[in-house]
Design a protein around this ligand. Structure first.
Ligand code: ADP
Ligand code: MG
Ligand code: ZN
Length: 476
């Protein structure tokens, strides 16, 4: 029996506001424990929360960018549960009246476009952080994070494979970064995701029992965890067993999921409207104003890059997955490099040399990259040498021309100089020259290779080829 995979994601995005959602404390990451706290975010009795208007603005932005309904009337609710990192004993969230309703984003997997539904987006506060001592049997609590604003984005169970889940996750990551409302830093937990997954026999209408994979903080973990969970559930079902609805944690060291707790039902949280906060009412004018402020989004930018620079779809998708990477590409072209050549170079050499670091840390400026590409174009250096020069540029930040001069890498295009070398090589290899003249034209590679060796790769390959053809023809 074969099974269909069903996945729905709940994404938590920490917002880039300066202050917390219900008080004036700073949201800065990495401050000394408990220094960014006040009676409100410590949950002391008698305090009153005040909603940060930026959080509402950001929620509307994301709602519009995901083609979703903005609910003119929404309300905060208390989600009650006990956990030591939650000082109030409840999380202020939204329940039956979220700020954003139904919407959708488009993803593309292996050339197939597909719309993924968004169920809702709501505002809520983050909890604190427990720090478990590795030696003593004690845990410490850092409440700097309590009250940090989050948007939770819940998808419909529309995803059908780990690849689709990953593409959807990347698309939302990109949208949040384009809107400049979340820094998207997965290591620091500003962008994390819970994945719900179930299997059902192909053709069956009802969904199977799902498990929930909690708090994954890298694209790679999400994909491997889902792949593992598909195998685990499939084996269970094929053995005649059943899947238990539970919450699992992905263990990246052991490469498997581990049970965290049985899944509570929604009503266990005893949600009720938060009496401390007035309902949120949003005017049409405000929504319209925010709409006019929306930047160009990843899908639009992708289409523009295809149009304006004649790039293949694949290149445009990759370059626009990251706002700053697309900026870098466009700036390189603006500085005079050819579009397709710039795209190729950025997608291969540049991303490889960056080794996963963000493009903003790159020591080579778009202007310098453009200069390098133009040197290849004008045959000042060969493509091969350009790669060596580029590595030097990444290390030193120097201009390509300076490196070429310092390391004496200028291409040998001097016709007299090349011709002397070509004749020398032919004279030194009479057997190969004779075979070439008798039709073994593949030997051209051998001759060019000899010349490149003598010039340390600096011979102009077009000229070299032309000279060898002419000189060898003269031998017949
Ligand atoms: P909860 O609030 O308990 O986590 P929800 O009903 O809000 O549950 O659903 C959470 C997520 O789980 C949503 O993204 C939804 O698409 C997804 N989901 C719901 N049922 C299934 C299922 N059977 N298989 C896979 N995903 C599911
Ligand atoms: Mg959930
Ligand atoms: Zn505070």
């Amino acid at each position: 029996m074969e099974f269909e995979t069903v996945i729905g994601l709940e994404i938590h995005a920490q917002l880039k506001t300066n202050t917390k959602i219900f008080c004036g404390c700073s949201t800065a990451f990495g401050a000394p424990p408990n220094s960014n706290t006040c009676p409100v975010c410590l949950g002391l009795p008698g305090v009153l929360p005040v909603l940060n208007i930026k959080v509402v603005e950001f929620a509307i932005k994301l709602g519009l960018a995901t083609n979703s309904t903005i609910n003119r009337y929404s309300q905060f609710a208390r989600k009650n549960y006990f956990y030591p990192d939650l000082p109030k004993g409840y999380q202020t969230s939204q329940f039956d009246l979220p700020i954003v309703g139904m919407g959708c984003v488009e993803v593309e997997v292996e050339g197939q476009k597909k719309k993924i539904g968004i169920t809702r987006i709501h505002m809520e506060e983050d909890a604190g952080k427990l720090i478990h001592d590795t030696v003593e049997p004690i845990s410490c609590i850092d409440l700097n994070r309590t009250g940090t604003p989050l948007l939770e984005i819940v998808s419909e169970p529309d995803l059908r494979s780990p690849e689709e889940a990953s593409a959807y996750l990347k698309k939302l990551h990109a949208i949040l970064r384009y809107l400049d409302i979340c820094d998207g830093n997965m290591q620091e937990g500003s962008f994390r995701c819970d994945a719900n997954i179930s299997l059902r026999p192909f053709g069956q209408n009802e969904f199977g029992t799902r498990t929930e994979l909690k708090n994954m903080n890298s694209f790679r973990h999400v994909q491997s965890a889902l792949e593992y969970e598909i195998r685990r559930q499939r084996d269970l079902l094929l053995d005649g067993g059943s899947v238990t609805q539970e919450t699992l944690l992905w263990n990246p060291d052991k490469n498997c999921t581990e049970s965290m707790r049985g899944k509570e039902d929604a009503h266990d949280y005893r949600y009720f409207p938060c009496p401390d906060l007035v309902p949120v009412e949003i005017s049409e004018e405000w929504i319209a104003e925010i709409r006019t402020l929306l930047p160009e989004l990843p899908d639009q930018r992708k289409m523009r890059l295809v149009d304006q620079y004649n790039l293949p779809d694949h290149d445009a998708v990759l370059l626009t997955s990251d706002r700053e990477l697309a900026d870098y590409f466009e700036e390189t072209v603006r500085k005079g490099a050819k579009a397709k050549k710039s795209a190729n170079w950025i997608m291969t050499e540049l991303l490889r040399e960056l080794k996963g670091e963000p493009i903003t840390t790159c020591r080579v400026s778009p202007k310098q990259l453009a200069a390098l590409l133009n040197m290849v174009d004008s045959e000042t250096i060969s493509g091969k040498i350009a790669k060596i020069v580029f590595q030097s540029m990444m290390e030193s930040g120097k201009d390509p021309l300076i490196i070429v001069k310092e390391q004496n890498l200028l291409q040998v295009s001097d016709e007299g100089e090349l011709l002397v070398l070509v004749r020398q090589i032919i004279d030194a290899n009479p057997k190969q020259a004779e075979d070439y003249c008798n039709g073994k034209t593949k030997l051209m590679g051998f001759f060019i290779g000899q010349l490149m060796q003598m010039t340390k790769g600096k011979a102009n390959p077009n000229l070299a080829n032309e000279f060898f053809v002419r000189e060898l023809a003269g031998k017949i």
